[in-house]
Design a protein around this ligand. Structure first.
Ligand SMILES: [Zn+2]
Length: 78
């Protein structure tokens, strides 16, 4: 699946040079919806993104987990 994601990102990066494409995740290539992240969290996660600074929520959660920030993405009320 990661190979598919890789080629989807590369394909959209090429497509973006020639025409307008919707904002897409620079990790897996899917189209994204906006979500809000605290700047302190984004600074810890953003440096791990290749090819740009847009992530879908799933990839953001994975990056948080790798950065040791699992509590950031849980959808539970504190
Ligand atoms: Zn993604």
């Amino acid at each position: 699946m990661k190979l598919f994601y890789y080629f989807r990102v590369k394909f959209k990066l090429i497509l973006k040079k020639f025409c307008i494409v919707p904002s897409f995740c620079k990790e897996c290539g899917r189209n994204v919806h906006d979500f809000v992240v605290d700047d302190n969290i984004w600074n810890k996660v953003g440096k791990h993104i290749k090819n740009g600074h847009v992530l879908c929520y799933d990839c953001f959660c994975e990056k948080c987990r790798h950065a040791g920030l699992p509590d950031v993405w849980r959808l539970v009320k504190h």
